[in-house]
Design a binder for this molecule. Structure first.
Ligand SMILES: O=C(O)c1cc(=O)[nH]c(=O)n1[C@@H]1O[C@H](COP(=O)(O)O)[C@@H](O)[C@H]1O
Length: 309
């Protein structure tokens, strides 16, 4: 039987001694000089550049972190060539021994959600995109999540459902309280996730339905850790959005498992940070990526017990 996604993630965290998730969010203006093209370069040319960059990042962080999170939006922006590049990036990550979280924030009504789930969930040849897991929006309700959860069960995949997002405007919906029981919407989503995981727990103690909780809301992170004891948390908002190591500590269980912390710009564009620009120079951007990853691993290790092998 194939090992569940949550057990694979736990094993990877133990093996690498890291809970860092490196976000693959290429942006034209921030690429290292050798990969930056003219403003009027074709989408195909940019797609090749993004692919080379993302593969370069993967090679720099392989063995140092458990998982990478390709952000579909930046590839999708380049049209079909971008999507093909994204597919090859996912494949390369797996070849390098990394798990993948496809960041697509997908969902729709049940029948359409079924198509998204079929497309994205399942590593290797278990799905056309071959990703281990996918970010999913909950705002169409429980029946829209069911097809994703069913695919997780069938294909040993995982999802990360948006619960309390890192952006300042997320509270407009997520913090709204019900008139009847005073529960917030994010608490309602968390309760649903906890219920879904209860009958699906793997050997390391987690189910396939993870939750996205921003590093920018440490109080809610602590609350949500308790509300969803069997959910893996994906914690974005570290670094560029203001979250630090102390802010994410409450997302972990005492055994060092239960969460991965995403950092995209702070790692992949490390060549722009003055301290690394001076040390490594423009062409050694992969060394800057590796150094920024080591630093983040150290920062997390200062607040989180390393997971035991
Ligand atoms: O699902 C996500 O990953 C996500 C959820 C959220 O609440 N906030 C958030 O920033 N993200 C993603 O995490 C990444 C953050 O990038 P950096 O701010 O550069 O680290 C982007 O790909 C965002 O789309």
């Amino acid at each position: 039987m194939t090992t569940s996604f949550s057990d694979r993630l736990s094993a990877q965290i133990r093996k690498t001694g890291s809970a860092t998730c490196v976000g693959l969010d290429p942006r034209k203006a921030s690429l290292p000089g050798e990969l930056r093209l003219a403003d009027d370069a074709s989408p195909e040319a940019w797609a090749a550049s993004y692919e080379t960059f993302a593969i370069g990042v993967i090679d720099a962080v392989a063995g140092k972190v458990p998982v990478v999170k390709p952000q579909a939006a930046f590839f999708e922006q380049l049209g079909p060539a971008g999507m093909q590049a994204l597919y090859r990036v996912v494949q390369h990550a797996h070849r390098a021994g990394l798990l993948t979280i496809m960041d697509g924030k997908r969902n729709d009504i049940g029948s359409t959600a079924e198509a998204y789930a079929d497309a994205y969930l399942g590593a290797g040849d278990r799905s056309p995109w071959g990703s281990d897991s996918l970010t999913v929006s909950p705002y169409l309700g429980a029946d829209s999540l069911d097809p994703f959860i069913a695919r997780c069960d069938e294909r040993a995949a995982g999802i990360f459902v948006l619960v309390k997002t890192s952006n300042p405007g997320g509270g407009m919906l997520q913090d709204r309280r019900s008139d009847s029981d005073q529960q917030t919407i994010y608490q309602t989503v968390a309760q649903h996730i906890a219920k879904q995981n209860a009958t699906r727990v793997g050997a390391s103690g987690y189910g396939p339905v993870g939750a996205v909780v921003g590093a920018t809301y440490p109080e809610q992170l602590a609350e949500l850790r308790k509300a969803m004891p069997q959910a893996y948390l994906l914690i974005p908002g570290f670094g560029a959005q203001g979250g630090g190591a102390q802010d994410v500590a409450a997302g972990f269980h005492p055994n060092g498992l239960g969460a991965v912390v995403n950092n995209s710009r702070g790692i992949i564009f490390a060549h722009q940070r003055p301290e690394y620009a001076e040390k490594f120079g423009a062409s050694a951007w992969q060394d800057a990526v590796a150094a920024a990853t080591d630093l983040m691993n150290q920062q997390l290790a200062s607040v989180v017990q390393p997971a035991q092998t």
